[in-house]
Design a protein around this ligand. Structure first.
Ligand SMILES: Nc1ncnc2c1ncn2[C@@H]1O[C@H](COP(=O)(O)OP(=O)(O)OP(=O)(O)O)[C@@H](O)[C@H]1O
Length: 339
């Protein structure tokens, strides 16, 4: 059984905003999956949907099996427990996620007291251990967020995410606000923790190069769909979907000085998810679109060993046509998620 098995996940916000459309993903313990794509392609919505953290009114269908248990079918009490002990999220911008008026030690201890039912002394001890695990002295527990640097605050966020010994970490742009040196340190820390504790990692970033460097597999999203998925190095170096190729070409290559000065961009803007183009949603921007692409909505198909891409140029579809699946009743999030 996979640690995480996402099946046909669809999220629609109020106003018909189709933010995530029929996503299938799998992740095993000890593995790292990178989720890439332009701003607005649905990466964060997908991450939030995994733990039912979406705002009220969002409609979700599909299955999110975490260790075989469907998060979308759980009662709220179970969802809250799973948010810390099953999977937890490291958000971008630690300054906004930490409470400015509480010492960081108290903030790390809170979920341990609440979800692990630890004693005050036990929670304090665990907090010190967590701080040391993320490379901070245990004594920093007494500090307030403003007394720490950006990198230290992001380490605190990681310590918080690990507080209840989760099996899966979802890191949403964990290093975006940090300078390159600190970014590299935080990425290495995350990699080391994942390896040491046999965790699963989903890392979200618009930066394909960072994901290719950190993750085993990459999934590239466009307009709410995964359009390419496969081993990280292969997707980065030799993408099969024209969008994934364009995204990859937008990053300079180490050892190729020319690419540093002339990374290629992609013309046009991502589509409005409330008014998606017909057929393949990428066709208005696609440099190799066929005449049939405005009519044909391509499913993911086999693009090599352990590789899939959603483009008619890749070959015939490998999957069950989505329309042939049984569509379950949508889950309408009734209230904002509280930890
Ligand atoms: N609460 C909401 N209500 C309505 N639409 C929303 C809401 N949150 C996000 N959206 C829309 O859903 C789409 C996907 O947004 P999402 O934030 O998931 O994308 P993203 O790939 O994570 O982007 P970014 O990299 O900028 O964070 C966007 O068009 C966004 O405007």
């Amino acid at each position: 059984m996979s640690l995480l098995d996402v099946r046909n996940l669809t999220v629609t916000y109020a106003g018909g905003v189709a933010a995530v459309r029929g996503v299938d993903l799998r992740l095993e313990a000890g593995h790292k999956l990178g989720l890439a794509g332009e701003s607005g392609c649905g990466k964060s919505t997908l991450a939030l949907a995994l733990l039912r953290l979406l705002p009220a009114g969002a409609r979700i269908t599909g299955e999110v099996l975490l260790d075989g248990e469907d998060v979308l079918a759980m009662k709220w009490g179970r969802v809250r427990a799973v948010r810390w002990a099953g999977a937890s999220v490291v958000f971008q911008g630690a300054m906004h996620s930490l409470n400015a008026v509480h010492r960081i030690g108290d903030q790390i201890a809170e979920p341990i007291l609440l979800h692990k039912k630890a004693t005050a002394a036990g929670a304090k001890r665990k907090t010190g251990e967590l701080l040391e695990q993320v490379g901070l002295p245990a004594a920093r527990a007494d500090a307030y967020p403003h007394e720490l640097s950006g990198g230290q605050r992001q380490r605190v966020m990681i310590a918080m995410a690990l507080a209840c010994d989760p099996r899966l970490i979802i890191a949403d742009e964990p290093t975006t606000a940090l300078d390159v040196m600190i970014q590299a340190q935080i990425l290495r820390l995350i990699e080391q923790l994942v390896a040491d504790q046999d965790l699963g990692l989903i890392m979200i970033s618009h930066d394909l190069a960072v994901l290719a460097d950190t993750c085993d597999r990459l999934a590239v999203m466009y307009a709410g769909r995964v359009v390419e998925e496969g081993p990280a190095a292969q997707v980065y170096e030799d993408a099969r979907h024209p969008y994934a190729r364009a995204l990859s070409a937008a990053f300079p290559r180490i050892g190729d000085p020319a690419s540093r000065f002339a990374p290629q961009g992609l013309a046009g803007d991502p589509p409005d998810p409330a008014a998606l183009p017909s057929g393949c949603t990428f066709h208005p921007r696609c440099p190799v679109a066929l005449e049939s692409c405005p009519e044909e909505d391509p499913l993911l198909r086999t693009a090599g060993p352990e590789r899939r891409a959603a483009c008619v140029l890749v070959g015939p579809p490998a999957d069950v046509p989505r329309g042939a699946r049984e569509e379950p009743e949508p889950l309408e999030e009734a209230r904002p998620g509280t930890p």
